[in-house]
Design a protein around this ligand. Sequence first.
Ligand SMILES: [Zn+2]
Ligand SMILES: [Zn+2]
Length: 337
Amino acid sequence: MDDLKFGSRNKRGDWAPAARLELPPFWRKPFSLPKVLAWIPEYLWPWNAFHMATALAWWVFVVPDVEVMRTLGWGWALWLYAVNAAAIFVFYGAVELFWYVKKKQGTRFKYNGKFPAEQPSDVFWFKSQNIDNFLRSFFVSIPLWTLVQVLFLHAFAAGYVPWLSWSDNWLWLGVLTLISPAIHEVHFFLIHRLIHVPILYKWVHSVHHNSVNPSPWSSLSMHPVEAFLYHAVAFWHLVIPSNPIVALFQLHVAGFGAVNGHIGFDKLELTEDRALDSHAYAHYLHHKYFEVNYGGDGLIPLDKWFGYWHDGSKEGEARMNARFQKKKARMNAKSGA
Ligand SMILES: [Zn+2]
Ligand SMILES: [Zn+2]
């Protein structure tokens, strides 16, 4: 595909989409029902449908019997870790293999013209972003993802929290499933904004931000504090009356869904004329400029409401720069006082 029909490339070889990022249509004025209806399939397919399918598959094939989960044990915890790790290895690894190792579409639709492997840096373990990100994902984040999973499954199985049945509560559970990505967005925005507070940024979040030019392995490359808080989004289903399958879906939106912001390509070309939208640009801009787009695509547009939203346009850039200037002036005034 010709990526220059969809955007432009600068002298450094970085590509940017021509279209600005848009909030979901129900946040836009004037309200248009046809646009909202057209948005629904895009909301579900393919990413959320994929997370729903994996949540169901885990429930049917992976998660142990309720009897087993009534007591905490290493056996079933390690089993869950093994499956989670294998799934991420295959899923993230496939994107990494075809788009970053084999480079099947070169740098077409790639925001940053360079590949991480071309840029060794001292900030990474073994000076390699790929090795660093890979090790942190498998030995820090996925174990903590599994810890969250074990704790909420145990809480349901042991009867510490209500376990709503689908037959009696299908409408509520259906609604809860549909708004789970919105719960994710609010939870992620809050913890993410929190770890951008300077002291926490330095201690915790800088690990994730070492990857200025993210690739799939960067998605879960996190400090343990961040990795735990990030996956703890599933604990909302211990507070809100829910069901373990919905909680699993919530967890998968976080764990598997983390890749979306870090794919590095705007579109993944599948065939000559078909491509998959990655939904990566908002979070790519976050990795590039740090203090913009703390949430996701704006399902709940907290970034917009707090003035952090960068939609990729020139105006978005100007708004961001004006905000940075103001912040600098404030800091200078403080240090001069
Ligand atoms: Zn990120
Ligand atoms: Zn951040």
